[in-house]
Design a protein around this ligand. Structure first.
Ligand SMILES: Cc1cc2nc3c(=O)[nH]c(=O)nc-3n(C[C@H](O)[C@H](O)[C@H](O)COP(=O)(O)OP(=O)(O)OC[C@H]3O[C@@H](n4cnc5c(N)ncnc54)[C@H](O)[C@@H]3O)c2cc1C
Length: 392
């Protein structure tokens, strides 16, 4: 890939910078920098989402006919890096990064016409109902039952670790419609409303105090069969297609580079040689990750899908994110012991104790432990890489 910016790209970059200067206010930038969870908090996320939607820049990776920007690979790269380096909030990925591409690939015309515009506008906020108390890595063993009853399925069971279910008005989920044959062959893919009678959401609080995940219970919850994506008992094909976007669809390098730059701001003067050496090594890893991301952006930009290589990206980015959060703890020393949750509430007007941009360093360190589990654990990604990428 030629990475030199031609004049038309310089012009585009200037347009992006002007837009960010104009619309990305200091509150949004600050709330993005101090975001403590695995995901950006809901309020900041949705504020930025609406601004991007109004501009028509909300879905750069979608085909233009469905509301994408029509940018080429280089423009998408410029957008991603410029916005990450300007500390733009990251968008919650389940609608734009997972459900949308999944519907474009597997949804009916009616489903696309109804749901895609609502994802773009932010009117619909999706959560992902894959994992269950007894089914994570071994997802095909899921047991949430969906019994056929006329035009509906009747759901009983539960989903767990459901990120942002407390904010979502929709869920895409996997249910068991048959127990005959191989476990993968009895799974169906459904879309449902979170206000369906019989559905309840119970919080699970992280050790950091953050509230991001839930357990969702289904007690005779009725879902119309017209909400099915794909055929009955063929949900596994749709589920795997979506997972490729989950693991490879983001802009991890930009986000990590921004975290790295904040660490550079902490390193001062003599006695820091060892720390600077660690930062330099981390920077080469960010660069390497960026190039892996280019390959995936190139594939999806040309109408392709991320493919099993997305598992490489998933492992590299979670590992590096954890490493950077460890470096922050190492450098901050005693400041990490300060418990000041009120200073990291979006829009807070509280003077932080210690470096302002690092007020969330400890909860980030704790919460990022989950990144090598969420979206499929490291070990499971390595199995996929061994089989599907290396052919071992
Ligand atoms: C913060 C967070 C957010 C999440 N959000 C969502 C969400 O929104 N929606 C959703 O559906 N799920 C979500 N998950 C669930 C996540 O996908 C699962 O936790 C993950 O797939 C692992 O499953 P498990 O927790 O059941 O662990 P297990 O599958 O029980 O794994 C336990 C350990 O065994 C290892 N292991 C398992 N199988 C193998 C194997 N074949 N080879 C080698 N090692 C193996 C694993 O690597 C792991 O270390 C989230 C999880 C977290 C932590």
């Amino acid at each position: 890939m030629d990475l030199t910016l031609g004049p038309q790209y310089e012009e585009f970059r200037d347009e992006v910078r002007a837009f960010l200067d104009d619309k990305l206010d200091e509150d949004l930038r600050r709330d993005a920098r101090i975001s403590a969870g695995m995901f950006q908090d809901y309020e900041t996320n949705i504020r930025w989402h609406r601004i991007l939607h109004e501009k028509g820049w909300i879905a750069p990776s979608w085909p233009q006919e469905y509301g994408g920007t029509g940018w080429d690979v280089m423009q998408r790269y410029i957008w991603a890096t410029e916005s990450a380096e300007a500390d733009a909030p990251t968008l919650f990925p389940t609608g734009l990064g997972m459900c949308g591409p999944m519907l474009i690939g597997h949804g009916t015309e009616e489903q696309k016409a109804y749901y895609l515009p609502r994802i773009l506008s932010g009117e619909d906020y999706w959560c992902q109902g894959y994992s269950e108390p007894g089914a994570g890595s071994d997802l095909a063993s899921l047991q949430l039952r969906a019994d056929s009853d006329g035009d509906d399925y009747v759901l009983n069971g539960s989903k767990i670790w459901t990120s942002h279910a407390q904010h979502a008005n929709r869920m895409f989920c996997l249910v068991r419609t048959s127990s005959d044959g191989k476990p993968q062959e009895g799974i169906t893919f459904l879309l449902l409303d979170m206000d369906t009678p019989g559905l309840t959401v119970e919080p699970i609080i992280f050790s950091s105090g953050e509230y991001e995940v839930n357990q969702v219970f289904f007690d005779n919850a009725r879902v119309p069969k017209s909400n099915r994506v794909g055929k009955e008992n063929d949900g596994w094909t749709v589920a795997k297609y979506l997972l490729e976007f989950e693991r490879g669809g983001g802009n991890a390098a930009g986000r990590l580079r921004s975290a790295l730059n904040r660490l550079k701001g902490l390193s001062m003067g003599e006695g820091d040689a060892d720390f600077l050496d660690k930062l330099a090594r981390a920077e080469t890893r960010v660069d390497a990750l960026q190039f892996t991301e280019f390959r995936i952006i190139s594939a999806t930009g040309n109408g392709g899908r991320p493919g099993p290589e997305s598992s490489i990206l998933k492992n590299l980015s979670s590992d590096l994110g954890q490493h950077l959060s460890e470096l922050a703890i190492e450098k901050l020393g005693g400041y990490t012991a300060v418990h000041q949750p009120e200073a990291r509430v979006p829009g807070a007007n509280v003077e932080p104790i210690g470096p302002a941009d690092q007020v969330a360093a400890l909860p980030q360190y704790l919460n990022y432990r989950a990144s090598s589990i969420a979206g499929g654990s490291d070990e499971v990604q390595k199995n996929i890489i061994a089989k599907a990428v290396l052919g071992l």
